[in-house]
Design a protein. Structure first.
Lengths: 371, 425
């Protein structure tokens, strides 16, 4: 009965994400234990060439930043309470332009909340996590294939843009097991980091039209490397608000916004003449897929947009949403955080929200909203 | 080692400190110490953070990294761990007494780990950048002068780092000893810390001899402990280690079914659910398995859900299980609000009350706890239900348990339950 190509197994999202990070070139995992990142920690310890058990989340992130500045490619996994402690250090790594990956396993808040209950409640904090309102890439896997591919994309994006990248997942994605065909996993190539050729003095924050400065690690034998988190010019000289320094800060924004197409990922399941659209992300996408199938079986013309690059918001997301008469936005949080990021708090006539906390959104709830 | 033709580790930038500030003494001392040790500028990485001590960043013509208040020991340890596999790289981190207060955990952690790096604490007894407030390293003698918190002692960083395992920990007050002290610290392989008394003429003392009167006594401690080595380990793919589960048996499943197993910690509910999910896969089904148990994993309920379907499963929630397998009171208490009349409720006969029977007349009471010992009751009960309901072939369950090191015990439990069922039917 077995087909030769099938490689089915029982697996979890944590294992797929850790393996994908390593295959893409992440080499150091630093973590402090927290539910529901427990399996990430276990697999990270087993798989990464270097693993460190940090005494708290601030230390976690500082070690990661130091390692990244010296040429390694670190990753961590935490949940909101740990992320909250990391925020100042995340800003530091962002300003220093250090590549690293942060997995957030969302759980029910506020505060300690309920550690073993899933949620999609931490997107809003990522929207404003960088002081000054600068964008930072946030990817959110919607199934196991995404868990694999987006983890590799996170490493690639972190290196390409010299930046921290977030992978926003949920307890329901990383702490349950599901039958899965391993042959669906696309091969992942290691992200190469060739040392750039620098002529003359190395100015660590001088970028060409790519807006991303070439990276040399601390300890480089040819060029002295200066790295700083304070407002600085191209040469990492600390300046207050002089035009050169402000231009450098503006570049931190522009490098993402001007090149947003390079890291915009989504799935749009379309059929001709559909005037209704379901928009969702993360763990709710599974319910939305079931809802879509059921609605189409009932003869409804409806499309599904699963957004995987949540932040910064790509203009194409608005382009897609604007094509429909009715849009249902489903996400497992109190007020619809992605909806609020796209459209603010004001109700939008053609948008119907499906929001819930403490339990996953059921496909029927999405169906009811569409009909 | 790279060349240093100018034989200086300092840029030509003017020191930014207030007139009389002690920080410049330590910086010049470090420059001299590095000259005498003959490091190349590309071999030295100076780590700094926020506060007056952080102003050193532009002064060094070495690699530099300038981070957050109180975090230079952690940021520096990250750099040190990353460069540990390279030859002759030296990480030197600076911190003030205010930074050492907020970042104390990082300092103790670096001491404990004993990776090769040097931390220089410029202790001027106060926060010089924000108005001269006291720090955790402000001494009682100093606080007597300003008449604030004078009964509260300072942290003794040198004793604390020594107790935490630092290879070399020293407090030095005399300016003329700083260079040689730094030389010894830098030459030490492992974590070294040098706390140097530093004058703050703006908020503290005006003269060095006044400062010397109020600082903590000099101390020196050493451990004969080799520096911690850092090495990348070889690992193998987690996917390659994951066994595939081939479709070998036939399942007579008409539509999606959800099974909920409710037991107690240590009763094997989680393992059995995993076996059950694997058995479904051996029978060609798609499956999901979720566990739920208290944070204190060794006590209380242990509940697990398994869903089977011929179709791919997207949504993984299970609001209305089709089958309940309830083996303990903890399990019953956890799931009783989920029980519904459309479900087949299999329950240990000892747990059945008149009230429960009245509410769910169709429940099926089975003496599960007599079929196997406590650790195997969930397996026995699950076998019983599979056999009765013909959801999956028992052979698939046997194949699933045969992946476990206790497979002989488990197969024995399964076979006994099947035999028993045949006798009773």
């Amino acid at each position: 009965m077995e087909t030769k190509t099938s490689q089915k197994t029982l697996i979890d999202g944590s294992k797929l994400m850790i393996e994908a990070l390593v295959q893409a070139g992440a080499d150091t995992f630093v973590a402090y234990p927290i539910t529901p990142s427990n399996w990430m920690y276990k697999y990270g310890k087993e798989r990464f060439p270097q693993f460190y058990a940090a005494p708290d989340e601030i230390t976690t992130f500082q070690w990661m930043a130091g390692m990244s500045a010296a040429g390694r490619m670190p990753a961590t996994s935490s949940a909101f309470p740990g992320i909250a402690l990391m925020v100042e250090s995340i800003n530091m790594a962002y300003a220093m332009e250090l590549p690293l990956v942060i997995i957030i396993t969302q759980r029910l808040g506020p505060s300690t909340g309920s550690a073993t209950t899933g949620a999609q409640g931490d997107l809003a904090i990522l929207k404003g996590i960088i002081s000054g309102g600068y964008p930072v890439p946030v990817f959110s896997p919607s199934n196991f294939e995404d868990a694999w591919e987006l983890s590799a994309k996170a490493v690639e994006t972190a290196v390409k843009f010299r930046t921290p990248v977030f992978l926003l997942t949920s307890k329901e994605m990383v702490m349950y097991q599901k039958s899965f065909d391993l042959s669906k996993l696309k091969p992942i190539g290691k992200v190469e980091r060739p040392e750039p050729e620098i002529e003359g003095e190395y100015l660590p924050y001088k970028a060409d039209q790519s807006l991303v400065p070439p990276f040399l690690p601390l300890g480089n034998d040819e060029h002295l490397v200066r790295i700083t988190a304070s407002t600085h010019d191209e040469g990492a000289n600390i300046r207050k608000n002089d035009p050169e320094a402000l231009a450098n800060s503006r570049r931190l924004h522009d490098k993402f916004i001007n090149r947003i197409d390079e890291f915009t990922f989504f799935d749009l399941d379309e059929q001709p003449d559909a005037k209704k659209l379901i928009v969702t992300w993360g763990i709710t996408a599974d319910a939305a897929r079931d809802a879509l199938q059921s609605l189409r079986q009932q003869g409804e013309k409806v499309d599904l947009l699963v957004v995987k690059s949540l932040l910064p918001v790509a203009p194409v997301i608005y382009d897609i949403i604007d094509r429909y008469d009715k849009v249902v936005m489903a996400e497992e949080n109190l007020t619809g955080q992605y909806k609020e990021i796209l459209f603010g708090n004001r109700p939008v006539k053609q948008i119907k929200q499906v929001n819930k906390m403490g339990n996953m959104i059921h496909p029927q709830e999405i169906i009811d909203a569409v009909l | 080692m790279t060349k240093n033709p100018k034989n200086t580790y300092l840029t030509d930038k003017k020191f930014p400190f207030c007139p009389g500030c002690g920080h410049g003494i330590s910086i010049n001392a470090l420059n001299k110490a590095l000259q005498e040790l003959n490091y190349g500028p590309n071999d030295v990485i100076v780590v700094s953070d926020i506060g007056c001590s952080g102003l050193i960043d532009p002064l060094f013509a070495t690699h530099t990294i300038h981070g957050l208040h109180g975090r230079s020991p952690a940021l520096g340890l990250g750099v040190a761990m990353a460069v540990a596999q390279k030859q002759n790289k030296k990480v030197i981190a600076f911190i003030g007494d205010g930074g050492a207060t907020i970042g104390l955990q990082h300092i103790l952690e670096a001491a404990r780990r004993n990776v090769d790096m040097t931390l220089i604490v410029l202790n001027n007894l106060l926060y010089g950048m924000t108005g001269g407030q006291i720090s955790g390293l402000s001494t009682q003698k100093f606080k007597e002068i300003i008449d604030f918190e004078k009964d509260i002692p300072p942290f003794d960083l040198i004793q604390l780092t020594h107790a935490s395992g630092a290879r070399f920990a020293i407090r030095v007050n005399a300016p003329n000893k700083i260079k040689d002290t730094l030389k010894k610290a830098i030459e030490t392989e492992g974590f070294s810390i040098v706390e140097a008394a530093s004058l703050c003429p703006s908020y503290g003392m005006k003269k060095m001899n006044e400062l010397i009167e109020v600082v903590a006594d000099e101390e020196i401690f050493e451990h004969q402990r080799p520096a911690t080595k850092i090495k990348d380990k070889e690992t193998t793919s987690l996917i390659a280690q994951t066994a595939t589960i081939p479709h070998k048996y036939k399942a007579d499943l008409k539509e999606r079914k959800g099974i909920l197993i409710a037991g107690s910690a240590g009763g094997g509910a989680q393992s059995v659910a995993r076996f059950l999910a694997m058995a479904g896969m051996y029978a060609g089904l798609d499956t999901t398995m979720k566990g739920e148990y208290p944070i204190t994993v060794g006590t209380g309920f242990s509940v697990a859900e398994v869903i089977f379907d011929h179709q791919p499963i997207n949504y993984t929630g299970l609001e209305k299980p089709d089958y309940f397998i309830i083996v303990t009171e903890d399990g019953l208490n956890k799931v009783k609000n989920k029980l519904h009349k459309d479900a087949k409720i299999y329950i240990d006969d000892k747990l059945v009350t008149d009230e429960l029977k009245a509410k769910f007349p169709g429940l099926i009471a089975v003496p599960f706890s007599k079929m196997a010992n406590r650790k195997s009751t969930a397996l026995a009960a699950t076998t019983y239900v599979l056999n009765k309901e013909q959801i999956l072939p028992i052979e698939a369950l046997k194949e699933a348990v045969s992946t476990h090191r206790l497979k002989d015990i488990f197969i024995d439990v399964i076979e006994k339950v099947v035999d028993l069922s045949q006798v009773s039917s």
